[in-house]
Design a binder for this molecule. Structure first.
Ligand code: ZN
Length: 267
């Protein structure tokens, strides 16, 4: 299939992001998450032979969110695509909802929506697929189109699940309609065995400062711990998670940065 993957929303000229922002509620910024995830979805789909383009609106260029529509539709409708899938994350008024949804308008869209929903629902609570006729990405697009509300960006619990999951793989498998072997299983991209990617958020000489950062992280729902190394005297490093898959570590860095913490990967 020739597929275009689009990321919902953009960052406007004035610096405002048009997406939902779950950060004040212990979650993440919808746009930032999807911008990171989309390239991994594309990579998985290309690995099984699909032709995939990624479409992200230019940043700091548009004055209003309505410019996103023209930018995307002209490209989606003139690219000769069989399928368009747009990535979103959900948010609720009371910030207490959870789960995954896939939206469609046509019968062909329904089939793909159900396939993706089935994969996402292995991890997230299923809210089902929904026929929608009032969304421009569904009613003004030429290719078969599906929009995903993969999980709730303002639910700390959903974000925790997402962080432990290769969400991009689930989406790609749903689009593909079958299993896709993970990069570490493919000879083209061998993962160095035994390497753990650790995400570090700070390093301190003073143990109390490390404890304070750990407490701040835990308050925001991160599972933090302190490790000690001897670098010309004891150094207390505050870390969140250790991952065998680098892309999962990267997703965690993005989540930490979205929550206002400094973070980088050490291995
Ligand atoms: Zn959205």
């Amino acid at each position: 299939m020739k597929i275009v993957l689009t990321v919902g929303h953009s960052i406007l000229k004035n610096g405002n992001c048009t997406s939902a922002d779950g950060r004040p509620f212990g979650g993440i910024l919808e746009y930032a998450y999807n911008k990171n995830t989309v390239n991994r979805v594309a990579e998985y789909l290309r690995s099984v032979g699909h032709i995939v383009d990624v479409l992200i609106c230019p940043e700091l260029k548009f004055k209003k969110s309505s410019e996103e529509k023209d930018y995307k539709l002209s490209r989606v409708n003139n690219g000769g695509y069989d399928l368009a899938v747009e990535l979103h994350l959900n948010a609720s008024n009371l910030h207490n909802a959870r789960g995954c949804e896939a939206l469609y308008r046509t019968d062909a869209g329904k089939k793909i929506a159900q396939q993706i929903q089935n994969r996402l629902a292995t991890v997230f609570k299923s809210r089902g697929i929904q026929k929608r006729t009032n969304l421009y990405m569904l009613n003004s697009t030429t290719p078969t189109t599906v929009m995903l509300e993969t999980f709730f960006c303002d639910s700390a619990a959903d974000c925790d699940l997402a962080e432990k999951t290769d969400v991009a793989l689930l989406i790609a498998e749903g689009i593909h309609g079958g299993e896709i072997s993970q990069p570490q299983d493919r000879p083209v991209e061998p993962a160095p065995s035994g390497i753990l990617y650790r995400v570090q958020t700070g390093a301190f000489r003073n143990w109390k400062n490390a404890e304070k950062l750990k407490a701040d992280l835990e308050k925001k729902g991160f599972d933090a711990f302190i490790t000690t190394v001897d670098v010309d005297g004891l150094l207390y490093r505050v870390q969140v998670g250790a991952f065998s898959n680098r892309s999962n570590a990267t997703a965690m860095v993005i989540r930490l940065k979205s929550a206002g913490f400094d973070a980088f990967i050490t291995s």
